[in-house]
Every structure is written in C-alpha cells, then in structure tokens.
Design a protein around this ligand. Structure first.
Ligand SMILES: Nc1ncnc2c1ncn2[C@@H]1O[C@H](COP(=O)(O)OP(=O)(O)OP(=O)(O)O)[C@@H](O)[C@H]1O
Length: 584
C-alpha cells in the first residue's frame, strides 16, 4: 500500500463527502438487514395460523404489517444504496479527474529528453489505463469494502445469536469462496493485462499503418502489412479466448458455493426443526436470505484484494513519472525582460541518450537586432544551437549569455515568451487555420492574423480554400502542402512579435521566389529583432549580417556573404553549386 499513499491527499481533500458516503453505506446495509427477520416472522405467523394458535384476523393484520415493514425498509435500503453510489463513486471520479490533471501538468513540465525516453503509448497508458485502475481503489473498493465490513460486523453475530449451529455451517464455505475468487481475479488480471498490452501493440501498429499509408501504397506493401496485421490479430484472438475461459469460471463458481451454503442451511435447519431445536421453519428462510446477502460481499473480499494489488501496481507506474524532475528548472521567479543579444562562450553540448556531441566548443556573438544565418551539412549541429537558445536543453559545458547575462539567470517563461520559433517539422493542430496562427497570440484580432499570413505569403493560399481561415486542418495539417504548413508556422511566429526569431530550415519546402518574398517581409517584420536562420540554401543566408558555417559541431567559417565568397571554402563552393543549379 506504500504507493497508494499518494492518494491520501485526495482522500483528505474530499473527506467530508467520503465520510457522508461511508455513513450512508452503513445505514443502507442496516436497513437491508431488516427484511430477512420479517420474512421469518411472516412464515412463523402463517405456521401459527395453520396450527390454530392464532386467529385469522390477527394473522392477516400481522402479515400486512410485516409486509409493509419489508417493503418500507427495502425501499429505504434501495434509496440509501443509490445515495451511497452517488457519494463514494462520485468522490472516486473527482479523484480520477484530479489525478489525471496532476499527471498531465507534470508531463508538461518535463523536458524533451523524457519524451524521447518514453513511448507516447506508455505516456497515454499511464494517464488513462493506470488512473482508471487507481480509481477502482478510490471508489468501488472503498464502497464495497465498507459495505462488506458492515454486513459482516452486523450479520454474522446476529446469525450466531439466532441459530448458532446453522450459522456455523453457513459461514464455513465463505473463506473458501473468498480465496477462490481472489485466485481467479489474479489470473483474470494477468490474462487481461496481456490482452491490454496486445491491444496497445495492435493500435500502435494500425495507427502507424494509417499514418504511413502513402508509403505503404507507394511501395506496394499492402499485402505485407495485411499479413502482419493478421498475425497480430490471431495472437490477440488466442489471448482473448484464454481470458474468456477463466472468466467463464467466475459465476459458476459463485453459484456453486451459494448452492452449497443453501443446501447446508436447508439440511442442518431441517434436521434441527425435526429435532425441535428451532421453533419455526421461518428461521431457515431467514438464513437462506442471509446466505444470499453475504455471498457477494464474501466474493468481493477476494476481488477487492486483487483490485488493491492492481491499483498499487498502477500507482507505482504513475508515481515513477510523477517523481521525474524536470532537468531544465526555472530558477528565477520574477519576470526578466529580454532584448535579444545572444552570446555562445565555448559551448559544448552532448545529447544524453545518444552521447553524440552535437556542438564542440563553439563561441559566437549575435548582437541585438542582427540577422545571423547558420549553414552546414546535415547533422552539423544547427538545430541544436536553436534548441539551446530556447533552453530546451542546458549546455554540457561553456556558457550561453542573453543580453550579457547567463541564460539560467533568466526567468524561463520570460525567455520563451521572447522567442518565436519555427521548427523544421512544422506542427499544426487539428483546428482551423486561424486558430493555428492565433496560437502565437491568443488575443490577436482577425486583421492581425491576416497581416501576418500576408507577410508569410500564405494568405493567397488560405483565401483560396472554400472555408478560408476557418478551414480545419486534418491530423498534423495534412490538407496543407509542406510549403503551406511552413508558412502558416511562420505566420504564427510573426504574430507573437517576439524579440528573438529562430527559423529552423523553415523555407526548405518553398520555391526560391516565394522564399525571397518571405525573407524580404521577414526583414521588415523582424527589424530590430534578433533573427537566427538555419538553412541549407545560400539564398536564405546571403543577406544576413553574419553567416556561420558549421561542420561536425564546430564553426568552420564565419563572416558576411561577401567575406565568405572571397575565400575558398565550404560556403563559396556551396554558393557556386547552388548558383549553377539555378542557372541550369
Ligand atoms: N534529440 C536528440 N537526441 C539525440 N541526438 C540528437 C538529437 N537531436 C539531434 N541529435 C544528434 O545531434 C547531431 C546534430 O543534430 P542537429 O539536429 O543539431 O543537426 P542539424 O545540423 O540541424 O541537421 P539537419 O540539417 O539535418 O537538420 C546529429 O548527429 C543528431 O543525430
């Protein structure tokens, strides 16, 4: 139960509702206890009437009275059972809601490394499946547990007071029933976990197949994919059949044990009645009702044990993530304004997971308002520079200064608010184009949105769609072309109007004329703003105040377009190559 201690804060938060729920549960069970003894009394009075001990009028009057009491108490028990579910189960839903929010909020705080280490499916599972398992502990387990405890505490002594011998024979099979249900629940859990795991594999496989459907079709891999899916489905069928087999034992076993208890009551009770040890056969009817009332709570004891174990295992998985600490921590509480000067001082950066040293002792300065282009072969460390400026990672050694201050002394939120980043792989949400652009500034007017779309040279494309800015984008914006996606992403960054622009190869999918137009607009929009442009094209870099050429994480060349063209080297070669490509 160590892991489940995490939930105590929520139990404390909802203690009043929980207490009311527990009291209601006890009252509901006490009302339900009234009925069997009045069934006994009704049968006894009928017996007495038949043997002439009681007159018909008295018998009729008493029977009516007993029946009304039975109906009344049963209705009250039903009403309180309804209220019991309304309180305790609701509390478990509140806890589920709080816990999901807690996990989600925590996920948001964690760094990119965490997301690289853990699969999306796993993150989703812990916030959905595992929280559901924990909810069963917070609600149904508490409710059925109190229910069973109240019944045992009231009913078993009552049974022993009324007829000790029958009581003894009745309760003897119960521990066995509890034990068997516990065992079966464990097997069911083991098997259903396997089915769950399989289902998650199957959905990952199908999701990937749908996402990559164009590749599958282009390579004619439909047959192979189908075969793989059939193999998976067959395996799943076997697992589900295994689970169904064990599940099938659950109810027959309960019926068998109830039957055994009922037979014992009838046999022992009947014998005692014949021997004159009990006064009325009404007591046998009463005990049969007790047996039936006790069976479910007894079975529940076994079920609860396995629910608690499952909840413990799930909470352990949740706690593992909750205990993860973000590596990038905000160490400054007050807002720190950013002007935009950036300085890298002997910065080295090695990715923790791959141990790749992406940047190796590099130093450079970008003055406030300057435009700097970073050029270099793929994998040379260009994107890493931008990620370090946004503090998505912290440097391994060396230092990054923003406006002359170490980056760690800036408030993380202020820093990120001052940055407008356009990543290499533009991500658009499945919302309207307008909302996707608005992401950069929530309170922006339509005019502002149109203005930035025009600056990003995507306005004409948008108004060409029948729903214009209200056009909803499919998953990852698949209704837009690569170049359109990039430009919507640029519009989003422009709307934010930040102090620092980080453009990561975000014009790679547009033609050179559009690129030229966008760059001119960017120059106007980002006047006085520090701008870093990562690119493979000289056309994106040539007008920059400074060009940095990277190779294997080191700075190979640095200077203006004209400077770099006067020396033989990577940049000049690239320029001449791209120039001749254009001419051809
Ligand atoms: N998140 C990451 N985790 C681990 N290694 C990474 C990560 N991102 C990049 N790398 C590695 O770091 C090196 C530099 O990558 P980076 O993305 O900075 O290069 P790049 O110059 O931007 O490349 P490209 O032009 O292809 O975008 C590469 O070898 C890459 O494999």
């Amino acid at each position: 139960m160590k892991e489940l201690k995490h939930l105590n804060k929520y139990f404390k938060k909802y203690w009043l509702k929980l207490l009311i729920g527990i009291l209601i549960t006890i009252v509901a069970r006490i009302f339900s206890l009234v009925m069997p003894s009045y069934v006994n009394k009704s049968i006894t009075i009928a017996e007495k009437y038949l043997s002439g001990e009681e007159t018909e009028t008295v018998a009729r009057q008493l029977l009516t009275e007993y029946i009304l009491i039975i109906i009344g108490t049963t209705l009250l028990a039903a009403l309180f059972t309804f209220l019991m579910r309304q309180t305790i189960i609701n509390v478990s839903r509140y806890i589920e809601y709080d816990l999901k929010n807690e996990v989600f909020d925590h996920y948001q705080f964690l760094n990119l490394n965490f997301y690289k280490r853990n699969r999306t499916g796993d993150l989703m599972n812990r916030i959905s499946e595992d929280v559901t398992q924990v909810r069963l502990y917070g609600g149904p387990a508490v409710m059925y547990g109190i229910n069973a405890l109240t019944l045992f505490a009231c009913l078993i002594p009552l049974m022993f007071i009324k007829a000790p011998t029958i009581a003894l024979y009745t309760v003897v099979p119960f521990p066995l029933l509890s034990f068997l249900i516990y065992k079966i629940s464990k097997i069911i859990h083991r098997k259903s976990t396997k089915v769950q795991e399989f289902l998650s594999n199957l959905s990952t496989f199908t999701q990937e197949s749908f996402s990559g459907i164009s590749v599958i079709k282009a390579y004619g891999l439909e047959g192979v994919t189908n075969k793989e899916l059939k193999g998976l489905a067959l395996e799943g069928k076997q697992k589900s059949v295994d689970l169904a087999k064990v599940n099938a034992w659950f109810f027959p076993l309960m019926v068998l044990l109830i039957g055994i208890s009922n037979i014992l009551v009838i046999y022992i009770g009947g014998k005692q009645y014949i021997d004159g040890e009990i006064a009325s056969i009404g007591i046998i009817a009463e005990f049969i009702l007790y047996v039936n009332m006790l069976t479910w709570p007894v079975a529940i004891v076994g079920w609860l044990t396995s629910i608690v174990q499952r909840a413990e295992a799930s909470q352990k998985r949740i706690n593992e993530f909750l205990q993860e600490q973000p590596q990038i921590k905000n160490e400054v509480s007050q807002h720190t304004p950013v002007n935009g000067k950036i300085e890298f001082k002997n910065v080295t950066f090695t990715y923790e997971d791959t141990h790749i040293t992406a940047l190796d002792n590099i130093s450079f300065i970008v003055e406030q308002g300057q435009t700097v282009a970073i050029i270099g072969k793929t994998g040379s460390g260009k994107s890493t520079i931008l990620d370090l400026i946004a503090r998505l990672y912290d440097v391994t050694s060396g230092e990054i200064l923003i406006d002359g201050k170490p980056i760690k002394t800036l408030n993380l939120k202020s820093l990120r608010e001052a940055i407008g980043a356009v990543p290499q792989d533009a991500f658009l949400f499945s919302e309207s184009i307008e909302d996707n652009i608005r992401f950069g500034k929530n309170e922006a007017t339509k005019e502002e949105i149109v203005a930035v779309a025009k600056a990003a040279v995507v306005h004409e494309n948008i108004v060409g769609f029948s729903k214009k800015y209200d056009t909803v984008l499919g998953e990852r914006g698949i209704t837009l072309s690569g170049g359109q996606k990039q430009r919507v992403s640029i519009a989003r960054a422009l709307l934010k109007d930040p102090q620092i622009y980080l453009f990561d190869d975000c014009l790679s999918a547009v033609d050179t004329e559009t690129e030229e137009e966008i760059l001119n607009n960017l120059k106007k929009a980002s006047n006085q703003k520090t701008t870093l442009i990562v690119s493979h094209r000289v056309s994106s870099a040539k007008n920059a105040d400074k060009i940095i050429v990277l190779e294997n994480g080191k700075i190979l060349q640095e200077g203006t377009h004209d400077d770099l063209n006067t020396v033989n080297g990577y940049y000049k070669e690239l320029y001449l190559n791209q120039l001749s490509e254009k001419e051809n």
